[in-house]
Design a protein around this ligand. Structure first.
Ligand code: F6R
Length: 335
């Protein structure tokens, strides 16, 4: 599918598709190590937010092996997620985990990861191919949650998946309230580098997703920083170059009801202290009841903003030529 707008509008259907999947039986695990990169890796960050509300510890490792020492002792379930099935860091960590005797389960569309899984009888949730990995976030997050359900690591997410799907559909509906909100943010961000501020268990992983969506869809730099940490360093970084930063940057803040009240206070004070050096473009609040719905409601707004920024910049949001070229260069190193 070549149209990113259509891929974003399909996010709700992805979540509904996963809601119907029966989770595989994976025993019982209260510790999980998640391996995945980029658009697949974000599924681990979202799943970690949901797992922590279920007393499960899910650690995301974005990179190669080795298996961390705690994991060789605690023997977590390892979830390896790669949309293409060919991401070398994810394959490396999956294999190192297997070699250490850890149980591995996979989320993928195929590729080497599916082959490795078949050869070693790893349980798998196979998701439909044909999208950009980052545009398959509904499938990737949902499939990861199904594996966690199958490991008794989280409670049943069916209602949450449907709630999230309905909210996402309402968000991405052209001309709807959230769509207009996204349009207003994108309009204010045109020609600026977007910085996303967040500081809670729901908003923090979404800040990363906003950043990477702006990078990959709009082909623009973007950064995210988290409260309260940024109040201990970054806040002073706005002092010296206000003429430059006020013209070239813009902050978007993400908020959720699970944010600590002091985080809300910090956001307000931080905005007050820095507003002359950088425009605070918008504050976006999550919607919904379940953690998943709140994560996905913020995600959908960010996906729309990144797509609108691509449109404004006149770039095709779909291809990621530089990522592909880098993967080719790395593959040539092996040949
Ligand atoms: C491209 C994208 C990338 C990939 C990443 C890992 O749309 O989102 O960030 O997700 O290069 O590839 P996969 O997801 O195939 O393991």
């Amino acid at each position: 599918m070549s149209d990113m707008g259509a891929q974003i509008r399909g996010l709700g259907d992805q979540l509904r598709w996963v809601a119907e999947i029966r989770p595989p039986h994976l025993g019982t695990h209260s510790e999980v190590l998640f391996a995945g990169m980029g658009g697949s890796g974000i599924a681990g960050d979202y799943a970690a937010a949901i797992a922590s509300a279920n007393t499960t510890r899910l650690v995301v490792q974005k990179g190669y092996g080795p298996v961390p020492t705690w994991a060789t002792r605690q023997r977590p379930l390892v979830i390896a997620a790669s949309y293409s099935g060919n991401t070398e860091e994810t394959l490396d960590l999956a294999l190192s985990s297997h070699e250490k005797g850890l149980p591995v389960a996979v989320v993928t569309t195929g590729g080497r990861l599916a082959e490795m899984g078949r050869e070693r009888s790893w349980p798998a949730v196979m998701v439909p191919a044909g999208l950009q990995p980052r545009a398959a976030v509904g499938h990737m997050v949902g499939a990861t949650l199904k594996l966690l359900e199958g490991a008794h690591a989280i409670d049943d997410q069916r209602f949450a998946l449907v709630e999230a799907a309905d909210l996402v559909d309402a968000t991405v509906a052209k001309g709807g309230r959230r769509w207009e909100e996204a349009r207003a943010i994108a309009t204010r961000l045109v020609g600026r580098i977007c910085i996303i501020y967040a500081g809670g268990p729901i908003t923090s992983p979404v800040a990363q997703r906003w950043k990477t969506q702006v990078n990959e869809n709009a082909k623009m730099p973007a950064w995210w920083s988290l409260l309260p940490e940024l109040d201990h360093n970054e806040i002073t970084g706005w002092e010296t170059l206000p003429e430059l930063t006020s013209q070239s940057l813009g902050i978007v803040a993400l908020v959720d009801r699970s944010d600590h009240p002091r985080i809300r206070a910090r956001l307000a004070h931080t905005a007050r202290l820095t507003q002359d050096a950088v425009p605070w473009v918008a504050e976006i609040a999550s919607e919904g009841t379940s953690p998943l719905a709140r994560l996905m409601s913020l995600t959908a707004v960010g996906d729309l903003v990144s797509w609108m920024l691509a449109e404004a910049a006149g770039v095709d949001p779909v291809p990621v030529a530089t990522i592909e070229r880098l993967k080719e260069l790395l593959a040539e190193d092996h040949s």
